[in-house]
Design a protein around this ligand. Sequence first.
Ligand SMILES: Cc1ncc(COP(=O)(O)O)c(C=O)c1O
Length: 388
Amino acid sequence: MEFLKTELDYLRNANLYRQLRWFEGSQSPRTTVNGRDCILLSSNNYLGLTDHPDVKDAALKALARWGTGSGGSRLISGNFFLYKELEDKIAQFKNAEEVIVFSSGYLTNIGTISSLVGPEDAVISDELNHASIIDGCRLSRARVVIFGHKDMLQLEKALNETQDCRRRLVITDGVFSMDGDLAPLPEIVALAEKNDAFVMVDDAHATGILGSQGTGTVEHFNLEGKVAVQVGTLSKALASCGGYVTGKSDLINYLRNKARSFIYSTGLPPAAVGAAIAAIDLIREKPEIRARLFDNANFLREGLTRLGFTILTMESQIIPILIGDDGLTMAMDKALFERGVFVTGIRPPSVPPGTSRLRVSVMATHTREDLEEVLNIFESAGRETGLI
Ligand SMILES: Cc1ncc(COP(=O)(O)O)c(C=O)c1O
């Protein structure tokens, strides 16, 4: 097992070694990490709902009523009525015929993709799609064709080249997780329709956020009814964990029967289900929470741009600050943390080589005071590291 040490040494020397950091507080705007009080700017808890009293109360009530665990996979014995409440709630929210909930977003993607396409098919995927999509494509054993990020000419070429395949599935993130930009969904849908392919969108970072009701990119682009497979997670704006697929009843029944990560994995703990139900209710009833998120994102983006940081895209609550060099990225991560701001440096393989960055994600619950302090700290850390 000497290779373990060799590989770990390689990662350390290449500035690619990863270490866990320990939270001693919740995912709130101000928390404690590794013993240091800091402003959290790296969480997918975009709406701040993991700390909302209604969400916590719903989780506690679900736990009290249904217990701590589901005791089995949903098709064997672990299928509480509470899951139906959640699936009905998501169906109503997303205006979908039916919904299936998996135990994580990762499991949703690998199970969905690998059951929808196989060796006689092609899956056509944006190069910056999330790792769980990449792994789902690999597991499917379908022919995988990658198109350049948002490159519609390459997508068209891929569709032309795969005409001999039995089925063609085009997959894209709705909001790209490390870049924060939106997929050109109208163009993707039009090309897929023209070529008799079907589309899957992963709205992990758009669920609860984009669109007039917060249901995601399909609503944002007015494409209701045009995207056959819509995936999302409960783990980000919905303040819980788990993943879902929405679509026609046939699709959902098919996944219940075919998706191995659904069939062979234990159902979500009831507290997580209760929390997600309450989070959806809040998103529907209180649009002002989303409005605060957008305000905060605009404020922070403008401030960081003014300071001279290079912001890759300006389209969502995810603000990627491009640094490029892995070592410099981690130096900035450290300088920020020492001054009281927690933002994780993102390096390959999470992003392409040479594009290491700070992935800043703002929350609806940050106050203006928090963000002003963040900007002061970015200025000081940026000067120390020579970034600005
Ligand atoms: C685009 C995208 N899809 C899927 C996932 C996986 O979701 P989960 O963390 O709920 O497993 C993530 C999580 O980071 C993601 O960013």
